[in-house]
Design a protein around this ligand. Structure first.
Ligand code: SAH
Length: 212
């Protein structure tokens, strides 16, 4: 199916094999959806999908699921997949607050959060993807030895995230406030926002959040 023949992004998404339209139906059976036993890693707030596409290309033995709430953004990831097909990648258009409807216990090996929306107002703190509310959701489906990898140029969001993780009893490792000048740069895959903000001179924060 060629996307250029399809007008609206919603329609394009509804008609595409890469997009799982009723992801709740796959809860507990994502391995079957990919047709193998490979680990499953997800990015929440994938945007146009550059980061995850690159991981999927570099790691054919890992399955990737990109989650994005806006069709207009997700359709860009779809276009990339159409040009460069991958059998280890699927996409979901959803609001991440409902993520526990979609993944079951131990179903996910790793969660990537890249340049998540900062929601600067205090009263919106629980919408931040690294809030204690979201960590409690991840706790239900992330494997015990799995982890969250978080990158952002937003210092306030980063500080908030470290506090929330500590408060919720998670451990912080591989922490840097300047990823591009740190030992963790090796193997780093840049996201779209990372390219944009680091080219403006913003240092990139990065941390691994785990329970072990
Ligand atoms: N990860 C990409 C995009 C960052 S912008 C990059 O680093 O380049 C943040 C993206 O997350 C936006 O596309 C936004 O629509 C999406 N997003 C934010 N909150 C979300 C939520 N609660 N559920 C799903 N997607 C979300």
């Amino acid at each position: 199916m060629r996307l250029r023949n399809v007008k609206g992004s919603r329609e394009a998404i509804a008609a595409n094999d890469y997009v799982i339209n009723e992801p709740e139906k796959n809860k507990g059976s994502w391995k079957q959806a990919f047709g193998n036993d490979n680990p499953i890693m997800i990015e929440i707030g994938m945007g146009k999908g550059k980061f995850l596409m690159e991981l999927a290309k570099n790691n054919p033995d890992i399955n990737y699921i990109g989650i994005e709430k806006y069709s207009s953004v997700l359709v860009r990831a779809l276009e990339k997949l159409e040009e460069d097909p991958r059998d280890n990648m699927l996409l979901i258009r959803m609001e991440a607050e409902n993520i526990n409807d979609v993944f079951d216990t131990d179903e996910v090996d790793r969660i990537y959060l890249n340049f998540s929306d900062p929601w600067p107002k205090d009263r919106h703190a629980k919408r931040r993807l690294t809030s204690r509310e979201f960590l409690a959701r991840y706790d239900q489906f992330l494997k015990k030895d799995g982890y969250i990898q978080f990158k952002t140029d937003n210092n306030d969001l980063f500080d908030f995230s470290l506090e929330e993780a500590k408060e919720a009893g998670w451990n912080l490792t591989e922490l840097t406030r300047d990823l591009h000048n740190s030992e963790y740069i090796e193997g780093n895959v840049m996201t779209e926002y990372e390219e944009k903000f680091s080219s403006m001179g913003n240092p990139i924060n990065r941390v691994v959040i785990s329970r072990i």
